[in-house]
Write a protein that binds this ligand. Structure first.
Ligand code: NAD
Length: 473
């Protein structure tokens, strides 16, 4: 059994309430007194963000590794920095087009006149992020906020104190505080943060905390985007190669040790193929991570509480009759071994709650209707993965089991596409961002009508007596 937690976290310096209020007041004042930044200024802000991340990537990856008690620099680069910098470039390339006023049709009664939509900044956006991808999930909402011309206050997770402290310093060097600033601290700071009258809050994290964020935002009528989690299923159809599915599932699940909001939470396979699939996934895991203990390429679980939660869930399933396929042993360094579970009881923790770690139940199905009924009995998930070359089966699964997003014949990939909205549905989230969708989410679509020299409406006012003849006719 494991006796040590991840590297103990250094004490976190909480931002004093008065400083947080002042940072917010300064951003709000600037947003109300300065005109919306033109495209060039937004591109410069995005470039400043890019330079900040690029120039300090080794330090950032090191800080995150320290927070996790072990995470490969390459994992931070590939899974966080690459998509983040891709998002920056995409926004920079497209934002002039996104900002362009959109002409709308004018009905003949209003001619000659013009109508259009201006996409304007909302003002000050509050961004709260979780610990699992601290760089990406703090800064990719910021990309959309800056593209839309907003100011932003960031509140990263207290579970990544080394990263948060570094980010606070880097942001203060790269941006004026009335454009972007970082606030640090735990639940008390976060609660006070959400009570500020932001023009929008983007929250990424758990459903339990999301409810508190919504409640705190309600008195201010602050609109909120919620990026949450849930039990994202992967369904392997009978026609699909088990080996090919196993490779995608193994990477999607065990990168970052399963601490990924869109990781496949459980897999559904034809009832006579579950064991073969479990073996195939395990073979892929062994190929990627020949050893677990002491393997710097295999990420540790963020903290002991989560480690124990995972161990308890696996033990509960074992007691309930589940069989486990484990690669490696539970060690001393916070690394939880990749564990595949067959025959987990349907009411067990593993099949009820989001796993958020390197444990993968494989659930058998007799036919696709049964698989769909299993998924429908649970809350709507953030992601759905299906593996099939059969168009009818694919459509049946996409129609029958909705989710925030989906990848067909792969895992995680839909999240990294800047052209696609990223968000959940129901308990997995509210509102989507990334790319143009993120720009629109954090902009105000302002309707403008420019009246022509002749205005029909002006003839229609009182006294109404003069219309009596028309009514009588
Ligand atoms: P969490 O909800 O515990 O914490 C997220 C943030 O909320 C942190 O910054 C925390 O300080 C803050 N917070 C804590 N108490 C608060 C309060 N009372 N009011 C306001 N904010 C408060 O989540 P976590 O454990 O850091 O992350 C794991 C969860 O996040 C999982 O459920 C996962 O699925 C989800 N997630 C979702 C996405 C996505 O993009 N949809 C991405 C990553 C993680």
């Amino acid at each position: 059994t494991r006796t040590e937690g991840a590297t103990p976290h250094p004490p976190q310096g909480d931002t004093p309430p008065a400083l947080m209020a002042q940072l917010f007041a300064d951003q709000r004042h600037a947003s109300r007194h300065e005109p919306p930044p033109p495209a060039e200024a937004r591109r410069q802000a995005l470039s400043a963000l890019e330079t900040m991340v690029r120039d300090h990537l080794p330090e950032i990856a090191q800080a995150i590794s320290q927070d996790f008690g072990g995470r490969a620099v390459a994992e931070t680069e590939l899974l966080e920095a690459v998509p983040l910098l891709g998002a920056v470039r995409y926004a920079r390339r497209h934002l002039a087009r996104w900002m362009r006023p959109e002409r709308r049709l004018v009905a003949w009664q209003f001619l000659p006149s013009r109508a259009y939509v201006r996409h304007e900044p909302l003002g000050v956006v509050g961004i709260l992020s979780p610990w699992n991808y601290p760089l990406l999930l703090t800064l990719s909402p910021l990309v959309d906020a800056l593209a839309a011309g907003n100011r932003a206050l960031l509140k990263p997770s207290e579970l990544t104190p080394c990263f948060s402290a570094l980010l606070a310093r880097l942001v203060s060097e790269a941006f004026p505080a009335d454009r972007v600033a970082v606030v640090t601290g735990g639940p008390a700071v976060a609660a006070a943060f959400c009570a500020l009258p932001f023009d929008h809050i983007v929250f990424t994290g758990s459903g339990a905390v999301a409810r508190k964020v919504l409640a705190a935002a309600a008195p201010n009528l602050t609109p909120v985007t919620l990026e949450l989690g849930g039990k994202s299923p992967a369904i392997v159809c009978p026609d699909y190669s088990l080996a090919a599915a196993a490779r995608s599932i193994a990477l999607g699940k065990f990168l970052n040790a399963g601490q990924t909001c869109v990781a496949p939470d459980y897999v559904m396979a034809p009832h006579d193929k579950t064991e073969e699939l479990a073996e195939a996934i395990l073979a892929e895991v062994r190929r990627a991570w020949p050893a677990i203990e002491g393997n710097a390429d295999y990420t540790a679980v963020i903290e002991q509480r989560h480690f124990q939660r995972l161990a308890a869930a696996v033990e509960e399933a074992r007691v309930g009759g589940a069989r486990t396929f484990v690669h490696g042993i539970e060690g001393e360094t916070g690394r939880f071994p990749p564990t595949i579970v067959l025959d987990a009881p349907p009411e067990s923790l593993l099949l009820r709650e989001e796993i958020f770690g390197p444990v993968l139940p494989v659930v058998p199905y007799q036919n696709l209707d049964e698989a769909l009924a299993f998924i429908a009995a649970r809350e709507r998930p953030l992601a759905l993965y299906c593996f099939t070359h059969d168009r009818a089966m694919r459509e049946k699964l996409l129609d029958g089991a909705t989710s925030g997003g989906a990848t067909v014949n792969g895992t995680l990939l839909h999240v990294a596409r800047e052209g696609l909205p990223f968000g959940g549905i129901g308990p997995s989230g509210m509102g989507a961002y990334h790319g143009h969708d993120g720009f629109l989410r954090l902009s105000h679509a302002r309707a403008v009508h420019v009246a022509g020299p002749v205005n029909v409406l002006e003839w229609l006012g009182p006294p109404y007596g003069r219309f009596a003849r028309f009514v009588a006719d």
